[in-house]
Design a protein. Sequence first.
Length: 131
Amino acid sequence: AYAKEGPGQNLKASEYFKKAIHLAVGNPEFLLWDSYADYLGIAFTPDIKPEKYQEGIAVIIRKLEKARELSYGDTYKKTKPYILYFLACFYLKSKEAFAAKQILEECLTLKPESKIKILAKKSGRISISME
């Protein structure tokens, strides 16, 4: 909905994800996409105050932590690396580099050969930026 409608419609995208979450309780994929829609909402809000931005990041982290809890098991093993990757990114945005590093390390220990894991192995390092 965001890409089709433009930045003013990001709340509508978030509403759709919330409806989907209620229809499929326990599906971490919907929480992942809802978190992304929430981020679009705060990232493209003109003149957002730093406190409001950080509050939005905290909400996203809580959603991604819930998705992380729900992603254990074989059903969502392809989704889990993405959840962990984005969770680490949002911890970095909240200036919690240690938490981000631990989550990225967990991401690298996953058994499935996801694109994220392959790219991380190829680079031989994980670069963490606070910007």
